[in-house]
Design a protein around this ligand. Structure first.
Ligand code: MV4
Length: 455
C-alpha cells in the first residue's frame, strides 16, 4: 500500500479521500488555493501545500503545481477526486512520467472513453446496447440529415467531446438538422476544441441509471449495482438513490453484466461508472462511461457495505480485487441529497457566504459528507456543493422518510446564505417521486408546482 497520497481536489470529496487514506494508514497531502486556506482538509491532512490563487486554472487545474507539490512532499500517488483533473488524460500521463501513481484508469482509457464517438462504438462492439444513429462521428450537415432520416425523428446531436449534458441539441424535424448541425458543431469547437458530432435517436421520458464498477489491473472486474440519477436540473443531479425503483432485478443484472464486459473490453482499472438511458419499457442504452469516483458514490456504499475509495486506493497500489461478484449484495435502500448553496426561489442562483451556524443531521443510518463548519466562509468561485446527506433504511419508503427527517434537522445560516434543503424536501413529498415512477422531467414538474418553502 502507499505510504503517502496527495489529494488533488477540494471540498467534501477531499475530506472523503483523506478519511479513506487515514483508515488505511496512508499519510495525506492536501493541496489548496489561496481561497481555500481555511478549509477543513487543510487542517485534517497530515501536510498541506499551497498551489496557487483561487481561480482553478491556476491551482486545482494547474498540473505543474500539483506535480511539484507531490515531489516536494514525497507522495507516491495522486487521488484526483471528481471534476478538476479527474478525467484529464494529460494529467494521468504527466503523473506516470513523474513516477506518480494516478488513482484512476490509464491515460489511454480516459482518452478513449472521453471521446463519446469512440466510446459508443467500442461499447457497441463489446456487446452493449446502443441507440440507432451514426455510431461514430457525423461527416457533415448533409450526412447528419441522411442519418437522421434513416434513424427517424426525434434525434439528438451530441458533441464527441461533450458529456454530462454539455453540447447537445434535440431535433424534431428534418428542416432543423442542417442549421443545428452547424450551430452545435461550432459551439463544440469553441467549448471543447473538437467540433465532431454524433447523432442518435432521442428517447423522451428517459431515466438516467448508472452502474458502478470496480476493476483491478489484472483483468478482474465486478459491478456494484445501480444508481437512479434522474432527479436533475439542467444536468446537475440533485438527488440520487440506489437501487433504481421499478427496475426489474433481471434488468439490473443485465446492465451490470454488460458494464463489466465493457470495462474489460477497454482495460478499465479502478472505480468507474457506466451511464445508461432507460426508457419506459425498461430497455436500456449505453450513454457514457465516467472514469472517476462520482459525487453520488455513497448510495452504492450504503447498500453494498463496500468502501469505494478504499477500493480505489488498493487497486491503484497494485492490489488484487478481493471481492467476487457473489460477494456484492444490495441490501435495503439508500438516498443522497446534495445540499447546494443556491437559492431555489431565485432560479438556483449561487448563495454562498460566511456560515454562522451549521447544524448537521444525525441519528441512525444517516451519513453527512461535508467540508462545512460554523465560521467557514464559502468561496463563491467553486461549485456550490456544501454537504451530501445520505440515508439508508430497509425499504425505499423508510429511507425517504429518514431523509425528510434528516433534511428537517439540517440548518445552515449566515448573511446571504440559502440552501437547496427545503427544495429537496418538496421533491421527497412529490407524489410522482414517492411512486418511484419518474424521469428526468421530474424537477421541472416540481418547480412548476409552486413556490419553494424555506430553509
Ligand atoms: C439523451 C437523452 C435522450 N435520448 N440521449 C443528458 C446527459 C448526457 N449524459 C446524456 N443526456 C441525455 N441523452 C438520447 N439519445 C436525454 C438526455 C437527457 C437530457 C437531454 C436534453 C435535455 C435534458 C436532459 C436531461 C437528462 C437527460
Amino acid at each position: 500500500m502507499f505510504d503517502k497520497v496527495l489529494i488533488a481536489n477540494r471540498g467534501e470529496i477531499a475530506m472523503r479521500v483523506a478519511r479513506a487514506c487515514r483508515e488505511l494508514g496512508i499519510a495525506t497531502v492536501a493541496v489548496y488555493s489561496t481561497e481555500d486556506r481555511d478549509s477543513t482538509v487543510v487542517s485534517y491532512a497530515d501536510e498541506a501545500v499551497h498551489i496557487g490563487p483561487g481561480p482553478a486554472k491556476r491551482s486545482y487545474l494547474h498540473i505543474p503545481s500539483i506535480v511539484e507539490a507531490a515531489k516536494l512532499t514525497g507522495a507516491q500517488a495522486v487521488h484526483p477526486g471528481y471534476g478538476f483533473l479527474s478525467e484529464d488524460p494529460d494529467f494521468a500521463e504527466v503523473c506516470a512520467q513523474n513516477d506518480l501513481v494516478f488513482i484512476g484508469p490509464p491515460a489511454d482509457v480516459i482518452a478513449s472513453l472521453g471521446d463519446k464517438c469512440v466510446a459508443t462504438r467500442t461499447m457497441a462492439d463489446a456487446g452493449l446496447p446502443i441507440l440507432p444513429g451514426s455510431h461514430g462521428p457525423v461527416a457533415g450537415p448533409d450526412d447528419a440529415l441522411a442519418i437522421a432520416e434513416r434513424t427517424g425523428f426525434p434525434v439528438i446531436l451530441k458533441a464527441a467531446a461533450g458529456g454530462g449534458g454539455r453540447g447537445m441539441r434535440v431535433l424534431y424535424k428534418a428542416d432543423e438538422v442542417v442549421d443545428a448541425y452547424k450551430t452545435v458543431s461550432s459551439e463544440a469547437g469553441a467549448i471543447f476544441g473538437d467540433s465532431r458530432l454524433y447523432l442518435e435517436r432521442y428517447v423522451a421520458s428517459a431515466r438516467h441509471v448508472e452502474v458502478q464498477i470496480l476493476a483491478d489491473s489484472y483483468g478482474k472486474a465486478i459491478h456494484l449495482g445501480v444508481r437512479e440519477c434522474s432527479v436533475q436540473r439542467r444536468h446537475q443531479k440533485l438527488l440520487e438513490e440506489s437501487p433504481a425503483p421499478h427496475l426489474p432485478q433481471e434488468v439490473i443484472d443485465e446492465m451490470g453484466a454488460v458494464s463489466v464486459a465493457g470495462a474489460k473490453a477497454v482495460g478499465y482499472v479502478g472505480a468507474g461508472t457506466f451511464e445508461f438511458l432507460v426508457d419506459e419499457r425498461s430497455e436500456f442504452y449505453f450513454m457514457e462511461a465516467n472514469c472517476r469516483i462520482q459525487v453520488e458514490h455513497p448510495v452504492t456504499e450504503m447498500v453494498t457495505g463496500i468502501d469505494l475509495v478504499q477500493e480505489q486506493l488498493r487497486i491503484a497500489a497494485g492490489g488484487r480485487l478481493e471481492l467476487e461478484q457473489s460477494d456484492v449484495v444490495n441490501r435495503g435502500w439508500a438516498v443522497e441529497c446534495r445540499i447546494n448553496m443556491e437559492d431555489p426561489d431565485r432560479s438556483f442562483a449561487p448563495a454562498p457566504g460566511r456560515i454562522e451556524s451549521l447544524v448537521l443531521p444525525g441519528g441512525p443510518f444517516v451519513r453527512v459528507d461535508t467540508h462545512g463548519y460554523p465560521g467557514y466562509r464559502v468561496p463563491a468561485i467553486y461549485d456550490p456543493l456544501l454537504a451530501k446527506v445520505i440515508t439508508w433504511a430497509p425499504t425505499r419508503d423508510e429511507a425517504m422518510a429518514r431523509m425528510d427527517r434528516a433534511l428537517d434537522e439540517f440548518r445552515a445560516t449566515g448573511p446571504g446564505i440559502r440552501t437547496t434543503a427545503g427544495f429537496l424536501r418538496r421533491v421527497l413529498a412529490n407524489g410522482e417521486f414517492r411512486s418511484g415512477v419518474y424521469d428526468t422531467g421530474l424537477v421541472a414538474r416540481v418547480l412548476g408546482a409552486g413556490p419553494t418553502d424555506d430553509n
